[in-house]
Design a protein around this ligand. Structure first.
Ligand code: SF4
Length: 369
């Protein structure tokens, strides 16, 4: 189980392919230290195979601390088996008596799925397994390719999200892109871009469904986006969208989806001509939304929706808490009060949609009449 867990950490957080993970050997980790002795880079040396022929070529991945920790655990866990098999791999078959096979290889898939069952037994129930089931209700079948794809999806679509243990995806992606995974030869950038496109259309379909459910859209781009979604719904005809042709809907929304970049405070329907964040940088080559400089209540590209509510509510609570401080200087108090008013204005625009009851009129609405 521990070997499978270490595999998940390594494969997921580095963006390495299975063959690259399994080519890791003892001593593959090096730590670069800055002058004051703090670790500045965790580097993993392994073998890249894509386009390098059967033998592959040595390459270096830059990664984050949890991977270094997993490698340390693996080095201890596998020492005895590696010696017994006469290998320096980090992935020997641990049982040296029962198996003559030295390297874990494709067997890792069985181990990963056994690990899934183990987690479900420990932390889940039959109704709510710890690892969510597949769409058919059966246990999700884990394959080695899913890790690289999933991290690529998160880096592309939710880079501000967090992996367990509060590691930011942004952090994982900055490190990954510094090493071999960031080179065009590794194909990881292309994977991230492919996942970005898939994520954009899925996110916009969610917008579409929520809008059909009565959701309001706030922020300066709210009206523009709402209008496009409403027009699409009208064009689609009276069928409820889940029954209507989803692939036609995808085509109809494709050009708007290409501009969508999800953000923590607002989603950006990016138009470089009006992007406020780009006006604040001197780099003429900047052609993507700069979410760290986002001005969600001022930029014409910013759309604030229901799913942003928790973050805005948290900021309002924090500002209100600070306002309770009695010795606050007048100017600071006025600024905080202004901030609370601004946030309340935002929240008022994205009030939760009314709870729908099964009254006649709404059933008709559901049918699109
Ligand atoms: S300021 Fe925000 S909404 Fe506007 S373009 Fe930049 S990232 Fe997008």
């Amino acid at each position: 189980m521990l070997q499978a867990a270490a595999y998940v950490v390594c494969a997921y957080l580095t963006g390495m392919r299975d063959c690259e993970v399994q080519a890791m050997r003892r001593g593959c980790l090096t730590l670069a230290r800055s002058e004051d002795g703090t670790v500045s880079r965790h580097r993993v040396r392994s073998t890249a195979y894509k386009g390098k022929g059967g033998r592959g070529a040595s390459a270096e991945w830059v990664t984050i601390e949890p991977v270094a920790h997993a490698i340390g655990v693996l080095e201890q866990l596998t020492r005895r088996a590696a010696v017994a098999h006469g290998l320096d791999t980090l992935w020997p078959v641990l049982s040296v008596t029962r198996s003559s096979k030295p390297h874990v290889s494709a067997e890792i898939v069985r181990q990963l799925n056994a690990y899934r069952d183990h987690l479900n037994r420990l932390f889940g129930t039959e109704e709510a397994p710890a690892i969510p089931p597949g769409p058919d209700g059966k246990p999700w079948r884990i394959t080695t390719r899913q890790f690289r794809r999933t991290i690529a999806w998160h880096i592309a679509n939710r880079s501000f999200g967090t992996v367990a243990g509060m590691i930011q995806y942004k952090h994982a992606s900055v490190a990954a892109f510094e090493g071999y995974a960031g080179s065009s030869a590794s194909g990881f950038r292309a994977e991230v871009e492919a996942q970005r496109r898939l994520g954009q259309i899925d996110d916009l379909l969610e917008y579409f469904d929520r809008r059909r459910g009565g959701a309001d859209l706030g922020g300066p781009a709210g009206l523009r986006v709402a209008r496009t979604l409403d027009e699409t719904a009208t064009e689609l005809g009276p069928l409820p969208p889940m029954i209507a042709d989803r692939s036609r809907l995808r085509t109809m929304l494709a050009s708007l989806a290409r501009t969508l970049h999800v953000g923590p405070l607002a989603d950006c329907f990016f138009d470089p001509a009006t992007a406020l964040c780009l006006k604040r940088v001197t780099d003429a080559a900047a052609d993507r939304p700069l979410t760290a400089l986002c001005e969600p209540t001022r930029c014409p590209n910013a759309c604030i929706a229901q799913h942003h509510r928790p973050v805005w509510e948290r900021s309002a609570d924090e500002a209100r808490m600070l306002l309770r401080e009695k010795r606050l200087p007048g100017l600071q108090r006025a600024a905080l009060q202004q901030e609370v008013d601004r946030i309340e204005g935002v929240l008022a625009r994205i009030a939760p949609p009314p709870v729908r009851s099964a009254v006649k009129g709404e059933e008709a609405w559901d049918r699109g009449e």
